[in-house]
Write a protein that binds this ligand. Sequence first.
Ligand SMILES: [Zn+2]
Length: 162
Amino acid sequence: MKTHRTGAAGNCIFCNRAVAGKSFYSANGFSALYNIAPILPGHTLIIPNRHYQSLTELSETELGEMMIFARKITAVLKTVFKCDGFDWTIQDGESAGQTVPHLHLHIIPRKPLDFPESNEWYSKIPVNESQLLDSQQRSRMSDHEYIAITALLAEACKTNIS
Ligand SMILES: [Zn+2]
């Protein structure tokens, strides 16, 4: 799969204001965005607001803040989607399957038997990454559904994150 390398934030979908404006929670330089084509209900992306391509570019302070931010969002997702587990995954680098060159952590809430094989989500990540870039492939969620889930999660964050 070809990576869309811009070398800068210019053409980055996560630096694009229209996309960044869809986040349901932002704090301390990080944002949570609902995945436009969720692999499972609740599938969310955590991104730094600044354009970093790799986890290795974060300072130790930023790395800590990202993990703390992601843990808070995970707790909200587990409550809203009534899940008892979650997967976290970062595709860091082209060889690892990163197609959007802006660091992003996938949070996938899990329930017993949501997939026949518990690690089945992993094989779905490459297609999901391409759905983030290619609007032709975004068929699973309507704008109306997306706005509704974003509003619901924004409200849940307001209530559950102090
Ligand atoms: Zn970016």
